[in-house]
Design a binder for this molecule. Sequence first.
Ligand SMILES: [Zn+2]
Length: 74
Amino acid sequence: MKHPDEHEEGITLERLLREHDLTQGTPCHRCGYDLYQHRLGSPSCIRCFPTRDYHTYSDQLDRLHPWKRQSVKE
Ligand SMILES: [Zn+2]
């Protein structure tokens, strides 16, 4: 069995989510992004409440899961 190496090319969205404990949910009502991290029991939008290490993988995340700015209706 081939073991995927650590090259960026091998990184998938699924893997990124798993590594950073992110979940995909309904688009955030503030920014329209749909990835959340569970903190203190409740999910927090990764863009509105970025974690300390968010900048280390935000580029990859943007590439794999671009943020489509949505006009959110109230
Ligand atoms: Zn948000």
